[in-house]
Design a protein around this ligand. Structure first.
Ligand code: UD1
Ligand code: CA
Length: 452
């Protein structure tokens, strides 16, 4: 049987007070609507139809061809929105999951389990519900003899119905044809003058159809309406990832201060210190020490490596390597094994061979550095001439004296030395010493004369 989804994302989302439409707000490193689409796709939806209205262009631009679209030019209610969304699949047999574009915590596991129950019970509709302490604002699930009888909106509820703490999550699974038939019969005869999707439940029951409720964990059903809820959703999503790493054997100190994206992997016995941010497609090996105060984005890090108070972006760092404190590894760098990248060192678009030491106050940009090279303090690879970037090569076993400028493009051949304070503009041959500074002049007694 085919499974599709309709995601309602035409509303204005006024309470966010943002230039962005609500479904494009970010929680846990991804937009709200991307998370919803991921959940329904992982649950088996073959086609996802997003109902757009308010700032439709921005949503279309963001999702591109990962979704199909239906326009809702006037926001006349959730039922009206689904009428637009169902059009592309109106002739299909099968089921449709209805979601809102602002529920980032829903998991595919919950949707799969609800869909299984829906199919096993051969229902026409399954409403995903939740129990909560403060149901204010939600539609309430009215049951009769234990079974769902209808959904009443907050504004239409009687005082007695307002006491019900089982709420409508706004997520449903329907048989497409049964939904289509019921939708054609809803009216806007209610407190808000809207076409309520929720009314189809009572209509289907009156038709003698089977309808059920699947009770999910309330946390998964949370919708985001304002900035406080957005930050809470972000907190919960992050907590899931932090807990996932801890379950995999990672030691995390002060987990509330650590941020971990969905696609981050960390090996066992690695310790993560406070104020660490692991983002994007980052993979860290075993027995590492990461943080405190470190940000790693889209990097691969080997085993037994330490990164302290540093930033590393789009790069690779090997094993037994030490980075920081206060190092900046910029994109497209490959740093090997047994390396020291010490304090106030910046590496950019460079390859650093194994056993090399760049201990302090050094810039290595657009360079290929061999193995066992030692950089003295204050070395600069002068990679930019004001118009173009150039590459420099430093071969194995070189010793770069303190405060050397390597004016790119330039090559320092195997085993060569540069004298402290040199500005190197020409190739240094193998095993040579290059001195490129003026000789010291000593004027005896000069200071005495000045003081008189
Ligand atoms: C809806 C449900 C309520 C449920 C709650 C869960 C109805 C009538 N009520 O109420 O039972 O407890 O969700 O959060 O369905 N939208 C459109 N077009 C419209 C109207 C809404 O696309 O014309 C979209 C909105 O962008 C939003 C979603 O549908 O993503 C829900 O709409 P909203 O107005 O927030 O519904 P609620 O009043 O919260
Ligand atoms: Ca809502």
């Amino acid at each position: 049987m085919s499974l599709y989804s309709i995601i309602l994302a035409a509303g204005e989302g006024k309470r966010m007070k943002s230039k962005l439409p609500k479904p494009l707000q970010t929680a846990g490193g991804k937009t709200l609507i991307d998370r919803v689409i991921e959940a329904v796709s992982s649950a088996g939806s073959e086609k996802n139809i997003v109902v757009v209205g308010h700032m439709a262009d921005k949503i279309r631009e963001h999702l591109g061809d990962t979704a199909e679209y239906a326009n809702q030019f006037e926001q006349l209610g959730t039922g009206h929105a689904v009428m637009q969304g169902i059009a592309p699949i109106a002739d299909c047999n099968g089921s449709v999951i209805i979601m809102c574009g602002d529920t980032p915590l829903i998991t595919s596991e919950t949707l799969i389990s609800a869909y299984k129950e829906h199919s096993a019970e051969q229902r026409s509709a399954t409403v995903i519900t939740a129990l909560c302490d403060n149901p204010f604002g939600y539609g309430r699930i009215v049951r009769s003899n234990g079974s769902i009888a209808k959904i009443v909106e907050q504004k239409d509820a009687t005082d007695e119905e307002k006491l019900i703490n089982e709420i409508n999550s706004g997520m449903y699974i329907f048989d497409i044809q049964k939904l289509n038939s019921a939708l054609s019969r809803i009216t806007n005869n209610n407190a808000q003058g809207e076409y309520y999707l929720t009314d189809v439940i009572e209509i289907l029951l009156n038709d003698g159809e089977k309808v059920g409720a699947y009770i999910a964990d309330f946390e998964e059903t949370i919708g985001v309406n304002d900035r406080a809820q957005l930050s809470y959703a972000d907190y919960l999503l992050n907590k899931r990832n932090v807990n996932r790493l801890m379950a995999d054997g990672v030691c995390i100190l002060n987990p509330d201060t650590v941020r971990v994206d969905d696609n981050v992997k960390v090996g066992c016995d690695t310790t993560i210190y406070p104020n660490t941010i692991l983002e994007g497609n980052t993979e860290i090996g075993e027995d590492c020490i990461i943080g405190p105060n470190t940000r790693i984005l889209n990097c691969r890090v080997g085993n037994k490596t330490e990164l302290q108070s540093s930033v590393a972006l789009d790069s690779t760092v090997g094993s037994n390597t030490s980075v920081g404190p206060f190092a900046y590894i910029r994109p497209n760098s490959t740093i090997g094994d047994n390396i020291k990248v010490g304090d106030f060192v910046e590496v950019k678009n460079a390859k650093i061979g194994n056993n090399t030491k760049i201990a302090h106050l050094t810039y290595v940009g657009d360079a290929d550095v061999g193995e066992r090279v030692n950089f003295g303090c204050g070395t600069v690879v002068v990679n930019y001439d004001g118009i173009h970037k150039h590459r420099t090569t430093i071969e194995d076993d070189c010793f770069i004296g303190c405060n050397t400028n390597l004016v790119s493009p330039v090559t320092v051949r195997k085993g060569a030395y540069t004298a402290a304070g040199s500005t190197i503009t020409d190739e240094v041959p193998e095993n040579a010493l290059a001195i490129a500074r003026s000789r010291q002049v000593v004027k005896d007694g000069w200071a005495k004369g000045k003081k008189k």
